[in-house]
Design a protein around this ligand. Structure first.
Ligand SMILES: [Zn+2]
Length: 439
């Protein structure tokens, strides 16, 4: 039995992972056995109607027929008790699917991570495969619930240990010893990642919202996040903790488009093209450059907090060949279609040409311009000429080819950080998924 659910939280309270944490304990008590860690699946972060973080949950269990009804009731009850129903755009949904995950449901999950899916598609699949859906209010969480069931995380995946706060502490500041996080990072990185921001030294494992999460530690395997959790010293007591298997830090959302004309709004993409003109800095310090190929053009934006990535974008000049990674924002009255950059790969640097005034033919000093179309003159020997032209000089590029990733503090959940390159897990054989019992 696969239990998927989504859209239970709101910006002011709750967290869908917490409902999963409660259910793990409850279903275990009822006699269900777990086929996998609870799955936390991040869906396309660029859809405008997403929930915070756009994370959907799936529990994969095996159980006897006689307790199935009780399990279903427990899940519905847990959502009813913990979802923020009074928040306008919180529309919880639960999906129960039985026996195996059909390929069409897997494809649906993939599409929900990389693109935009419709409620009607989810409902059609639920009907076709005799799944059961429970929707509250508009029930849009059914979409994420089905997508989480479909994403079986057979390709690259990571783990996150989430520790939860006691209810009485949830409105106050999180209290963990920062030095212990630094120590944990030193001890366990790169088996864990994104613990501390290298540019600002800020601790990244604690969220700041009013949700029940005290901290989340991300890593390559369950053992690493468990060990890291034991090193972190919390000054408030931890209610419970759970290890999730996730698509965090895998770039699962990005897909390569074959041309710029193919870009669709709200899709996370990788687009290749040539920089059309040098980057420009706009109000707020954001850096924008235009990328072009034979089919069209798109603006690429590196926003202020993106640190190193922005510094690199600023140095691009016309002719540079790059790949832009990020979410596509539709055109509006103020800007054209734009990729909000998560990463930038520089493939080839164009020569950077700067025009200098010519040297004085008489004394050798660099001449100066007398104004547009007025020719040049030598300040030292007073030689003048209206015929001498500017000379093109190639400057050295203060830039290298390679990949730039936005700073950990501004990375999306799905963004693969630099430290994970080369650590991707190989695809799991199909058979292993169905037979997999986690330790
Ligand atoms: Zn001169």
């Amino acid at each position: 039995m696969y239990i998927g659910f989504d859209d239970t939280d709101s910006p002011r309270m709750g967290c869908t992972t917490y409902i999963a944490a409660l259910l793990v304990e409850k279903l275990h008590r009822l006699g269900a056995s777990f086929l996998d860690y609870p799955n936390l699946v991040r869906l396309n972060p660029n859809v405008p109607w997403k929930t915070r973080g756009n994370g959907a949950l799936c529990l994969r269990i095996r159980c006897e027929q006689r307790i199935m009804e009780e399990i279903r009731e427990s899940v519905v009850e847990a959502v009813e008790e913990n979802a923020d129903f009074s928040y306008r755009s919180t529309d919880p949904g639960i999906v129960f699917l039985f026996n195996r995950v059909p390929e069409q449901v897997t494809a649906f999950g993939q599409k929900a991570i990389q693109g935009v899916v419709k409620m009607s598609e989810a409902l059609r699949l639920i009907g076709k495969f005799h799944a059961e859906a429970v929707g509250f209010k508009k029930g849009r969480g059914v979409v994420g619930g089905l997508a989480a069931i479909g994403e079986t995380l057979e390709r690259d995946h990571t783990y996150e240990l989430i520790a939860y706060r006691r209810p009485e502490n949830r409105s106050s500041r999180r209290r963990i010893e920062e030095s212990s996080v630094v120590e944990m990072n030193t001890e366990t990185s790169p088996q864990t990642f994104n613990n501390v921001d290298p540019e600002t030294s800020r601790v990244l494992i604690t969220p700041r919202g009013p949700d029940p999460i005290l901290y989340g530690i991300r890593g390559e395997n369950p053992e690493a996040v468990r060990r890291a959790h034991e090193i972190v010293h919390s000054l408030e007591s931890i209610e419970r903790w759970v290890i999730f298997r996730t698509n965090h830090g895998t770039d699962a959302h990005l897909h390569m488009v074959s041309s710029i004309s193919e870009l669709k709004p709200f899709n996370p993409v990788i687009a290749r093209g040539v920089v059309a003109e040098s980057a420009r800095v706009i109000t707020g310090g954001h850096v924008i450059f235009t990328l072009r190929d034979g089919t069209g053009q798109v603006d690429c934006a590196a926003y202020n907090p993106t640190g190193d990535l922005q510094a690199v974008a600023r140095k691009l000049v016309a002719g540079d060949l790059v790949e832009a990674y990020g979410g596509v924002r539709p055109a509006s009255s103020t800007h054209q279609i734009t990729i909000n950059l998560e990463k930038l790969r520089i493939l080839k640097l164009a020569p950077k040409i700067v025009l200098h005034n010519p040297k004085c033919p008489s004394c050798g000093k660099r001449m100066e311009s007398m104004g547009s179309g007025q020719g040049v003159r030598c300040k030292r020997c007073r030689f003048r000429s209206s015929k001498l032209e500017k000379v093109a000089v190639e400057c050295e590029r203060d830039l290298e080819t390679g990949l730039q990733v936005t700073s950990p503090r501004s990375q999306r959940h799905l963004t693969k950080p630099l430290c994970r390159y080369g650590r991707e897990k190989p695809n799991m054989p199909k058979k292993m998924i169905s037979d997999w019992h986690f330790p």
